[in-house]
Design a protein around this ligand. Structure first.
Ligand code: COA
Length: 598
């Protein structure tokens, strides 16, 4: 089939469907939903059998849906309608939810249901996390079923079979959730209620609150343990008590929560340091106010209920032991501070008696590379600049990658539980073995960020897996790769497990076997010999110098593309046109008939 993906942005769900549909042999092109005339033009150029809309914020024009089957993915059960579907469901505390694929019609989310798929709502998950995992997986299933009902030349679906018939419309229209419905009453709301409210607004729009008199939106909340809370038993609900990494400890009526990230509200856009409208680490936004708060550092090895960004565990018996390092950085973005923490953790992990080290990254993202929000914020800090902050950040992530590349006395395994993008992908490729679960999407390239050259030793790690020519093609194509595609072209060694949970269990089992294997010593000898041989051929320091020389031009050179692209990315500026590498239909016509970027 010729399938046009019409979408507000090329987000994770759209990327997953893009990879899947192409793998199934469909002809897939993408048009970002910019304006009705642009959508009409895309349909006229591509002549799709079907338009699929994974993520829309506006209606599809009647001129399109009246002539072509347009299927919309709605993150709600049949009958549920409105723009805050997940937010309302989470605030109600539903245990089950679903994803519906329905036909675009006059009224939004009210067309014929072609298919739907239920899922269990993971307790304590944030909205973004549910979207990236359960919603995306259910959408993949529901889209597959809907496509099976497509009859060429017909606007109506073929009759549904089995479970597909059960599309009783239990839901209803829910308006956009206002901040008044999200508001936290610190004097009354218990810890689970506070966490639920923040989780339901995660990603966007956050929960409007006030910290030190400053209105701001709260994100990235975690429960505090009893041990952390105990010394502050006499404090009052709403008080900020301490800090840890990016987070503030805030008292609730029955405990406390860690608040990792905040976005000062737009009304304060005039703040001198320009950080006012960016989502940043809470301790960065309120650096002055937190200076006198106690810093409650947590050891890498600790009880499960003690939150921090990094955690290290060990499994197996002496001589066949597996170390497991989680680095759960919000949104997979790694600031200079976070890279340094990871580097230090890797240095400490070296001292542990393990045979295999698993780099597990975060559950939703393995890593997305350097922290573009943090870099943007440096733009307006006196004595700093985005170029300087980029330079510091890329050096810090390189330092972390170097620790992995030079860890030759054990096998290193990167286990991707979530997606990875740009430098985050190449951080993973620093390991000896790279695995992901089947739902992971990789973006192993940098060019989408204003033609960025990249570092993280990619010029060493990628060609040693793919060879020079295939590496160059991958970097130039700038397309997402589904995990099975990445295995097929050699970026990944394997993908297995239906989801993150199943994947984790299988990774551990495989690593324990690897750690106990009789040929481990031989394997490590080969690894060390290979590293020494590679170092003789060309040192890691040389690879790094060459990459940094190129990327320095992106940061400090006369071409501002990277700075412009980063600015657009962090402020979520609407797209003015669809990138050509996605809008394949725009290559079909002579250049004179294609619209010019505005
Ligand atoms: N720095 C800071 N924030 C980042 C980030 C980064 N490198 N990568 C992603 N994020 C944030 C986004 O701003 C977004 O924040 P929000 O939830 O507050 O809106 C969140 O992570 C999710 O990103 P999104 O783009 O919605 O996720 P996606 O799964 O649809 O797309 C990527 C994934 C990797 C394709 C996309 O996020 C991306 O291009 N990131 C930048 C990668 C990069 O160029 N890194 C720098 C070079 S190493």
């Amino acid at each position: 089939m010729r399938i046009l993906l019409l979408t507000h942005s090329f987000n994770s769900l759209t990327q997953r469907l893009f990879g899947l549909l192409r793998q199934q042999g469909h002809d897939v092109s993408v048009e970002l939903d910019i304006a009705d005339v642009v959508t009409e033009e895309a349909v006229a150029l591509f002549k799709p059998d079907l338009v699929l809309a994974p993520f829309l914020k506006r209606r599809i024009p009647e001129s399109v849906w009246a002539r072509t089957v347009c299927l919309v993915v709605h993150p709600g059960v049949p009958g549920d309608r409105g723009p805050s579907a997940l937010d309302w469901m989470m605030m109600r505390g539903d245990a089950q939810w679903g994803v519906t694929v329905l036909q675009a019609a006059e009224e939004m989310d009210a067309g014929e249901v072609w298919a739907w798929e239920p899922f269990d709502v993971r307790p304590q998950a944030t909205k973004s996390s549910l979207y990236r995992r359960e919603v995306t997986q259910a959408a993949v299933v529901a889209v597959g079923r809907a496509l099976a009902r497509f009859v060429p030349g017909q606007l109506a679906p073929a009759a549904a079979s089995g479970a597909q018939n059960d599309a009783s419309r239990s839901g209803q229209w829910h308006a956009l959730m206002p901040q008044s419905a999200r508001r936290i009453d610190w004097a009354r709301d218990t810890t689970p209620v506070v966490l639920r409210k923040i989780a339901a607004g995660d990603g966007f729009p956050g929960v409007l609150d006030v910290l030190w008199g400053q209105p701001c939106r709260l994100f990235d909340a975690h429960p505090a343990s009893y041990a952390v809370m105990n010394p502050f038993a006499a404090s009052l609900p709403g008080e900020v008590l301490a800090r840890r990494g990016p987070a503030l400890l805030k008292r609730t009526v029955d405990g406390a929560v860690w608040i990792g990230h905040v976005r000062p509200d737009d009304g304060t856009a005039a703040r001198a340091d320009g950080t006012s409208v960016l989502k940043l680490a809470a301790t960065r936004v309120f650096a002055t106010q937190v200076a006198n708060l106690p810093e409650l550092a947590a050891p890498l090895m600790r009880d499960d209920d003690e939150w921090d960004e990094l955690r290290y565990r060990e499994f197996g018996s002496e001589g066949a032991r597996v170390g497991w390092l989680d680095f759960e950085f919000h949104n997979g973005a790694m600031s200079e501070r976070q890279c340094m923490r990871l580097r230090d953790a890797l240095r400490w992990v070296r001292t542990r008696p393990t045979q295999v080290l698993v780099l597990a990254g975060g559950q939703d993202f393995f890593s997305n590379g350097i922290h573009l929000h943090d870099i943007e914020a440096a733009q307006r800090v006196a004595g700093d600049s985005a170029a300087d902050a980029s330079w510091r950040n890329i050096n810090a992530i390189d330092d972390a990658a170097l620790e992995v590349l030079t860890l030759t006395d054990r096998i290193t395994v990167a286990a991707l539980h979530g997606n990875a993008g740009a430098g985050g992908c190449f951080l993973a490729l620093a390991a000896d073995v790279v695995w992901a679960h089947a739902g992971v999407v990789l973006n192993p390239h940098y060019k989408n960020m204003g033609n960025l050259y990249g570092s993280e030793y990619w010029t060493y790690s990628l060609p040693r897996r793919l060879g020079e020519a295939a590496s160059l093609t991958l970097m130039q194509q700038r397309l997402p790769l589904s995990a099975p595609e990445a295995v097929a072209n050699g970026v990944l060694d394997d993908c297995f497990g239906a989801d993150g949970g199943a994947f984790s269990a299988q990774v551990l089992a495989r690593c324990l076997t690897m750690a106990a294997a009789p040929d481990l010593a031989q394997r490590l000898e080969t690894k060390q010999a290979q590293r020494e041989h590679d170092e003789m051929q060309k040192s890691l320091a040389t690879y790094r110098d060459e990459e940094l020389t190129r990327i320095k031009r992106n940061f400090y050179g006369f071409d501002p593309s990277y700075h412009v692209a980063r600015h657009h990315f962090v402020f979520r500026k609407p797209h003015a046109w669809t990138p050509r590498h996605l809008a394949l239909h725009r290559e079909l016509k002579p250049a004179s008939t294609t619209p010019k970027p505005t």
